[in-house]
Design a protein around this ligand. Sequence first.
Ligand SMILES: [Cu+2]
Length: 276
Amino acid sequence: MTQKGKSDSGSAGSAVLLAVLLVTLVAATVYVFAARLYPAPPPITSTAVLIDRQYDLTLYVAGVVFVLAQLGLAFAVFRFRDRGQPARFTRGNVAAEIIWTSLTFLAFLGLAIAGRNAWAEVRYASPAPDAIQVEVTTTQFVYTFRYPGADGKFGRLDPSLINAPAGNPLGLDPNDRAGNDDIVVPDLTVPVNRPIELLLRSQDVVHNFFVRELRLQQDSVPGMMIPVNFTSNRTGRFEIVCTQLCGLGHSKMHSFLDVVSESEYEAFLKQQAAGQ
Ligand SMILES: [Cu+2]
């Protein structure tokens, strides 16, 4: 066995460099989030406010864990650096493994329980009795919105009748009288402060309905009718985008959500009914 000389100080240089690099990365990451460099647009529903709170809570919990874990790593890299000493084998520490696995489990469980209301309000709560139903159909690469019209009933759809160039993108069956007053439009118009129930469906592949101000992102899936609820408390024009890579035209797939006053909404329905 060869004895190493006193002058052999191991690899202190690279250990220090790596530790400093880790601390710098942690500081830069904390700055990006703490300075709110990329703020989300203001929320327009009470559920969106809940989602923001849940996002902040998750960010704080994950942020504290991130900072502690990375600083711990930087400390370990420096403290247990190569000083020229012989390497020592360790089998780990079962008690420590159990403790941090349990803590991680409890943190995720706690966050899931805290966030369940914001999640369920949009997806599982039964819609208010006065909710306005609008059907949302996604197709490569457009959105089509359908209102049931004066009778409150959606007409029958027949996939074999789908013919967008002829003005029937949804395949409305002309023999079903319930469909005669259906309003089919490329943008979504809803009145402010009224519960809206969207019924999401897709004609071809998986698309998505995402409005940042609603904090609402939901896939539309062929063969499924997926309901989502929201009530906007502010008027304005907000962009609807598809967040699923749905084909070559994906980046151009978008539409608009217009939240308008009750009277403007009535005028919109009348104008559309006259034009259909
Ligand atoms: Cu799409």
